[in-house]
Write a protein of this length. Structure first.
Length: 546
């Protein structure tokens, strides 16, 4: 018995207090008793076969099943241990079914099966995909996919790549590739590419060790098997190792790779270099062509911004233009805001209105404002800072943050919009706030909408009314009917509600509940609503029915 199996058994036994009894129990059996048990089990096999039940003829498993039925505690595990020691390939399916439901026993069976013939276990699992037939497929597969690639990587890869593996679970290949990226990195990377495993990142410990030995070879090898996210993560690990010894060479190689993987390699290498030697990285970047500078400046500026944000901003303004300047300054302010959002906000205030300022303001807000559903209010300092931004920067920040702000603290967002009616605030933001307020208090939402200027008030009011009639349809329409006929809100609000009704799960029933006057108004407004021709006819029929 292997040491690993001994450990499994002893840990599952939960102690050895019953060991002496168990040994006496097993050795005390007479030879005739053992033979009689075997005969009894053989009779069971014949009986089950006679009634047409599927049954594996394994005398060893039959005996184990009987021993387990009269044993408990440590004795049961000694029974398992003895059976596994003598098990042959033909016994394994029956033993696996006997182990089903007991993870430790399943592991014992899997270990023995893998020792005897891992390919046989694999084929058995493939055949059991449509019908488990009592086999603990998940437990057996977990053991096989962890152990087989370490024992015989080529055989495991060949099995998972073959046509007979059609229909196997995609996660199985992912598991094997992940194991190989620890024990045989190049084979693991090749499998990631050939098996098209994209949205997965293996453990980078093995990759980093492999890359440290020869980073250029590692980068060249990975470039042959591009596969998406996994390749990006691996390139990042290679770059981190390469930059420790020869960052310029890493960057020179990256320049030959005109794709996202080369870009990832370059950004990571430059970032790592700048964190250790800012002067060396800056001198190298200054000596490159403009295209390279523009591509790598955000990564360099990020590393510099961690050390000295004002100096990094000054360098960006002196050396960059256009999109590279905006992206780099946004990156600098983003890392600065992680340390102190208030200081970062002041740096934004000092910048003139520009695309760069907009990017920087967006980066600061992303760090300063609470995440969606955090239920945290927006800091007053952040709200006051927003009021100082130019229209373009303000609108961009609100566009990015409106969902989290409206979810966490809709009243403060409502108050901000009401006191700052600049054109830079998108009507969509006011609509979002109106809906959020209407969910909790429709009357409060309608009252707030009245503080907005003309067109914004109508649009936000329609959004609030639509939300209101979701939960309190009768109250909402009663309020609407009380408005004067010439009130512009009457048709605008009703049109929003009508559109919502049309796209609801059961529009015919909801339209039938409308009053006669509302049906006539709906027929008038229907041409202004974009819907399919057949759906439009159904709506008209529902509006005209008695």
């Amino acid at each position: 018995m292997k040491t690993k199996q001994v450990i499994i058994v002893l840990s599952a036994a939960a102690g050895g207090l019953l060991m002496g009894y168990a040994v006496r129990h097993l050795t005390g059996r007479s030879l005739s008793e053992s033979r009689s048990i075997t005969l009894i089990e053989s009779d069971k096999v014949s009986t089950k076969a006679a009634v047409g039940q599927k049954f594996d003829d394994s005398p060893l498993a039959n005996k184990l099943e009987h021993d387990l039925s009269i044993s408990s505690g440590v004795t049961r595990w000694l029974c398992w241990w003895q059976a596994i020691e003598h098990a042959e390939l033909a016994d394994m399916p029956r033993l696996a079914r006997l182990a089903n439901g007991d993870n430790t026993a399943i592991r014992l069976v899997a270990e023995r099966w893998i020792e005897l013939d891992p390919r046989n276990l694999f084929d058995t699992l493939i055949a059991a995909q449509s019908n488990h037939n009592g086999l603990p497929v998940e437990g057996l597969a977990n053991a096989l996919l962890s152990e087989w690639p370490r024992r015989d990587a080529k055989a495991a890869v060949a099995a998972l790549s073959g046509t007979e593996a059609f229909g196997l679970r995609p996660s199985w290949r992912q598991r094997v590739a992940g194991v190989l990226c620890q024990s045989d990195v190049e084979l693991g990377i090749r499998c990631l590419g050939e098996w098209h495993i994209e949205n997965y990142s293996p453990n980078m410990k093995g990759v980093s060790k492999w890359a440290a030995a020869d980073p250029q070879h590692a980068a060249e090898f990975v470039s042959k098997y591009p596969v998406g996210y996994a390749t990006l993560e691996i390139m990042e690990a290679i770059a981190a190792e390469w930059a420790k010894t020869d960052a310029p060479s890493a960057l020179a190689f990256a320049a030959t790779e005109r794709n996202e993987y080369g870009s990832q390699l370059a950004k990571t290498a430059l970032n790592q270099w700048a964190e250790r030697s800012l002067k060396g990285a800056a001198e190298w970047l200054a000596g490159t062509d403009k295209r390279t500078q523009n591509a790598l400046s955000p990564a360099f500026a990020t590393a510099w911004g961690k050390q000295d944000a004002p100096a990094a901003l000054a360098w960006c303004q002196a050396n960059l233009t256009g999109g590279a300047l905006a992206e780099s300054m946004g990156a600098v302010l983003g890392v600065a805001a992680e340390k102190d959002p208030k200081d970062a906000a002041e740096l934004v205030n000092a910048m003139p209105p520009s695309r760069a300022r907009t990017e920087a303001a967006t980066a600061v807000a992303a760090k300063w404002f609470p995440d969606t559903f955090s239920n945290k209010p927006i800091p007053n300092e952040a709200i006051n800072w927003l009021a100082k931004l130019d229209d373009e920067s303000l609108n961009r920040v609100l566009k990015d943050r409106q969902w989290s702000w409206a979810e966490n603290d809709p009243k403060s967002l409502a108050a901000f919009i009401s006191t700052d009616h600049r054109d830079g605030i998108s009507p969509d933001i006011a609509n979002q706030v109106a809906r959020k307020l209407a969910k909790k208090d429709p009357a409060d939402a309608i009252k707030w909408v009245e503080t907005l200027p003309g067109s914004s008030a109508l649009s936000a009011g329609a959004a609030a009314f639509t939300e209101w009639q979701h939960s309190q349809s009768e109250s909402a329409f009663n309020w609407l009917h009380q408005l004067a006929a010439q009130d512009p809100r009457r048709e605008k609000f009703f049109q929003g509600a009508l559109q919502d009704i049309i796209w609801s799960p059961d529009p015919v029933a909801r339209l039938a509940d409308l009053s006669e006057a509302d049906r006539l108004l709906a027929q008038k407004l229907l041409p202004q609503i974009s819907i399919a021709t057949d759906q439009r006819q159904k709506v008209l029929d529902a509006l005209k029915s008695e």
